[in-house]
Ligand binder design. Structure first.
Ligand SMILES: Cc1ncc(COP(=O)(O)O)c(C=O)c1O
Length: 476
């Protein structure tokens, strides 16, 4: 394996300025309507939109409709999409099992917020609790809010302040999640920076960052902070941090340590929930967390999130626990249309679990092979993350990376996010623009397969990658 100094030197030697300029120019020429809309958008919307990942440079394609694996933009391009609603769309864009239910409900006078509660909430919570082995659930509108409420519950339950999270783990823009997400070359872990201005230092001081898949460091952190720790917040399968499965040993250590030090184990399953099976990914490890958060897939494309977990902890949000934790309110929480979508989606996934999930794993593997082979055929070493391990099956999520050293293992967020290890400009920016020129949309180098993708779409992805690889060669 190359040493870090050599890798840094290699990184510094690559200058993609001309590649990026030529990609941006070609892209602008073929998308005049999206370009014009972007100019207009910037007059009222910060950077022309409302989610940084969607606002690609020089401008994003503006989408008019989507079905299955495909979307169509303002300029009439049919784009093969691997972003799929931030990985929410496990069945592809606008699946009939959700849209039919919504259409019928709206026609019958049900769907917008009523301000009442109803049968639907009960039925949806029953499915969620049954499929995730949880005793209680409460709905909210985003994964961000769900992880924030989970932290409040943990802090209130334990009467402790500290929250431990994993370097590279994204839990939404909530106070305890806004530390140690982006890679910074300082410190032991490479992920210790505060992510946003405006946060009270007292909050970020309460966040301890530890390394993913490193049980020894976890033991050490618990020895140092265990008695003050309210919870360990961790994804069983790290999403934005690289699409990497936790090892069985790591999560077993996490469970044992949280029990020993009487801290809560909180699994953030916003990405992994209903992605590997019709339920929680924790089941593959045989580990029960104290709390778990779900969003994305469970909403069926609508804004639904939930905190689930042990009744004794969840009780703090309700009358039984003195309503001590203000996990209440939210005008749009438990929104009827959203819960209709959630129930329809989860019912569909439960019913078709045996067909959907093995096929998604297979498609994930096929996509990884196809992309790696496409780049290799043009002499470029590309590597896809998202493979399975001893606990989790191969995933339908993947990141395409261009490591400087072909032997580098790429197993942790540090490997994936360190610009001295992987060519991040090539993998993130150039690949995204290059593939858009081929009518393929990826984020973080690839993204997610859905039940709507087929072998045909993966073959198209491979051909697109081969053409992009040819463009890349000139700047490598
Ligand atoms: C693991 C994880 N937790 C929480 C969130 C925040 O969810 P939301 O975007 O629904 O607020 C995300 C979003 O990507 C996520 O990946």
């Amino acid at each position: 394996m190359l040493n870090v100094a050599t890798q840094e030197r290699r990184a510094a030697q690559r200058d993609h300025t001309r590649l990026l300029e030529s990609l941006a120019k070609a892209y602008a020429e073929r998308s005049p309507r999206s370009a014009a809309l972007n100019q207009r958008a910037k007059k009222t919307l910060v950077d022309g939109g409302s989610h940084a990942l969607r606002l690609i440079e020089p401008f994003p394609p503006r989408i008019v409709r989507g079905r299955g694996a495909w979307v169509e933009d303002e300029d009439g391009h049919r784009i093969l999409d691997f972003w799929q609603g931030h990985h929410a769309n496990l069945l592809g864009h606008n699946p009939a099992c959700v849209t039919h239910v919504l259409t019928r409900a709206f026609q019958e006078g049900y769907g917008l917020q009523s301000g009442f509660t109803d049968r639907l909430q009960v039925e949806t919570a029953e499915i969620l609790c049954r499929q995730t082995g949880s005793e209680r659930a409460r709905f909210t509108t985003s994964g961000t809010l769900a992880t924030m409420y989970a932290v409040l519950l943990a802090r209130a339950f334990t009467h402790r302040q500290l929250v431990m999270k994993v370097g590279g783990g994204w839990h939404g823009a909530q106070p305890w999640g806004l530390k140690g997400v982006s890679y910074a070359q300082e410190g032991d872990i490479g992920f210790e920076c505060v992510e946003s201005a405006g946060l009270p230092p007292s909050v970020t001081d309460e966040v301890v960052v530890t390394r993913f898949n490193d049980p020894e460091m976890l033991e050490d952190q618990f020895r140092r902070h265990g008695d003050e720790l309210a919870c360990l917040l961790v994804e069983p399968f790290v999403g934005v941090g690289g699409y990497l499965p936790a090892t069985r040993e790591y999560l077993e250590t996490a469970r044992a340590l949280t029990e020993r030090y009487e801290a809560l184990l909180v699994f953030d399953e916003v990405v992994s929930g209903f992605r590997f099976r019709a339920g929680d990914a924790a089941a593959f490890y045989g580990i029960r967390p104290d709390l778990a958060t779900f969003a994305k897939v469970i909403g069926g494309g609508m804004p639904v999130a939930a905190v689930c977990g042990r009744a004794a902890v969840m009780a703090l949000a309700g009358r039984e626990g003195g309503a001590n934790v203000k996990f209440s309110g939210g005008t749009y929480s438990g929104h009827p249309a959203s819960l209709l979508a959630a129930k329809a989606m989860m019912e569909y996934l439960v019913l078709h679990e045996d067909e959907i999930y093995p096929r998604l794993s297979e498609l994930g593997e096929r996509a990884r092979r196809t992309v790696e082979e496409a780049f290799a055929s043009e002499g470029i070493h590309a590597r896809c993350t998202g493979r399975g391990n001893e606990a989790l099956p191969p995933s339908s999520l993947s990141m395409v990376l261009f490591p400087y050293d072909e032997a580098h293992a790429l197993e942790t967020p540090e490997d994936v996010r360190n610009p001295a290890v992987c060519d991040l400009v090539l993998g993130e920016t150039a690949l995204q623009l290059g593939l858009l020129l081929e009518d393929v949309h990826v984020v973080h180098g690839l993204g997610s397969l859905t039940a709507a993708h087929t072998e045909k779409e993966i073959a198209l992805l491979g051909e697109a990658c081969r053409r992009v690889a040819r463009r890349f060669r000139a700047s490598l």
